[in-house]
Design a protein around this ligand. Structure first.
Ligand SMILES: Cc1cc2nc3c(=O)[nH]c(=O)nc-3n(C[C@H](O)[C@H](O)[C@H](O)COP(=O)(O)O)c2cc1C
Length: 432
């Protein structure tokens, strides 16, 4: 069977970013409305997408809210549990950080979502970028510490999922046996970060464990992903970066005794689409003009350790000021993308500020027609730069054009499914 593309749709309201929420057709009124999210989920399901993907943040900056909704959002598990009731096939991938809350809670919430969606839950494992002060932690722990805790966290969650197997339930009315208690057992985990007795309070769904996703591409993050994740959400602004990352993750997976084909690199893809290419480009330029630069200056300062606010816009950052990544950067992945751009392209500061790498996103983007998007996806797919994408629409019309016009072209070109062949997320991802 030929390799097939996987498509996720981000539920993070990327179509409200920057000044985009001010567009008359932005739908900002529906930011927290259940009806709107249901319509979106059902639309994505009609297009036979693999999954809905809910990023998350456990902190918010009040100052930023003056000009944009930022990370104003519903809790992923709660939102996806709601959407599970209005959909029947599409996967539901919830982001849950391993840095702040106990693994027992996350294991239970995800397994509950798995039951409520009949086997469609997935877990996007993040180590988080901020939010420590909401959990009584005075300073963000180092990346190394966070990944070490994440590895043990995932181990505990997986043990808990297995602690109460699906087939333990017998429901023998005559004999009065609800479950075979012998097969439900404590996990008695005693590690560096956690002590958890178990078992979990609900059984594993018969679909098997929720598939794992990961985001974070520092060397430690890559090893973590390669050791356990199926889907990897990545920021890859260009094809060469994506090919290199995919190749590296596949090699690392082999070192962990996994098959390279079990790793699915899924770059985020920003989409600003219009039926007419020049109209899309005009809209993109308009957006660039309306950019609030302060968050970008702050991101550059945090990533590279240089304040460029007073430097001339028409010249590059002087070479002597860029010595490497700030060791305390919030995300080494995003800092590395920014450094790579500065060192390889030497852009003027004006050019730099206009690039997605300067926004802390660094996602690949297509500005053009639905067909342009299909062509770009096919090109990257054929080049071995991706196994799938996570769509990040830049406007609601772009979202609709992507689902109604780009996806059908991918079906026509036989790289994407015409219909679901299974009902669980693991089946959509070709795992079972
Ligand atoms: C593409 C991408 C998406 C991410 N999404 C989230 C998210 O939704 N929530 C979150 O708390 N952290 C998110 N992170 C942060 C990572 O989980 C991780 O904490 C951070 O990137 C630091 O790890 P690194 O040094 O490997 O980059 C994301 C990171 C990347 C690269």
């Amino acid at each position: 069977m030929s390799r097939k593309l996987h498509i996720g749709l981000s539920l993070s309201p990327t179509w409200l970013r920057g000044s985009a929420w001010r567009d008359t057709d932005s739908g900002v009124e529906h930011l927290l409305s259940p009806r709107f999210a249901i319509e979106l989920a059902q639309h994505a399901e009609r297009a036979k997408l693999d999954f809905l993907f809910k990023p998350d943040s456990l902190f918010i900056e009040p100052k930023g809210l003056e000009h944009a909704p930022g990370m104003t959002s519903l809790d992923p598990i709660v939102q996806l549990a709601g959407l599970a009731q209005s959909t029947s096939h599409i996967g539901l991938v919830a982001t849950a950080s391993t840095t702040f809350v106990p693994p027992f809670i996350v294991a239970r919430q995800l397994q509950s979502l798995h039951w409520l969606s009949d086997g469609r839950a997935g877990w996007n494992i993040v180590t988080a970028l901020d939010g420590e002060r909401n959990f009584g932690i005075p300073a963000m722990p180092s990346t190394e510490w966070r990944y070490e805790r994440a590895a043990e966290f995932v181990e505990v969650v997986q043990k808990l999922w297995r602690s109460y197997p699906a087939d333990a339930i017998k429901r023998e009315r005559e004999a009065g046996q609800f479950a075979d208690s012998q097969s439900v057992s404590a996990i008695d985990h005693h590690g560096k970060h956690f002590a958890v007795e178990g078992p979990l309070t609900l059984p594993m769904h018969s679909a098997g464990p929720p598939p794992l996703f990961q985001a974070g591409a520092s060397p430690t993050g890559r090893d973590f992903a390669a050791s356990l994740a199926t889907g990897i959400f990545a920021s890859t602004p260009d094809k060469a970066a994506a090919i290199a990352l995919r190749q590296d993750l596949r090699e690392r997976a082999q070192r962990f005794g996994r098959l390279p084909s079990h790793i699915k690199l899924m770059p985020g893809l920003g989409l600003l689409l219009s039926k007419n290419r020049s109209e899309a480009q005009d809209r993109f330029r308009e957006r660039q003009r309306g950019l609030d630069l302060e968050p970008r200056y702050r991101f550059i300062e945090n990533s590279l350790g240089v304040d460029i606010r007073t430097l001339p816009l028409n010249a590059p950052i002087p070479e002597r000021l860029v010595t490497g990544i700030n060791p305390n950067a919030r995300s080494r992945t995003h800092a590395a993308l920014l450094l790579r751009l500065v060192q390889t392209e030497n852009p003027t500061i004006a050019q730099l500020l206009a690039r997605p790498e300067a926004s802390g996103s660094g996602h690949w983007q297509v500005v053009g027609t639905p067909l342009d998007a299909a062509d770009a996806i096919c090109d990257w797919f054929a080049a071995g730069a991706l196994d799938g994408i996570i769509a990040l629409p830049a406007s609601l019309p772009s979202l609709r054009l992507f689902l109604d016009e780009t996806v059908p072209v991918l079906v026509e070109r036989d790289i994407f499914r015409k219909d679901y062949t299974g009902t669980t997320l693991a089946q959509h991802l070709g795992l079972r």
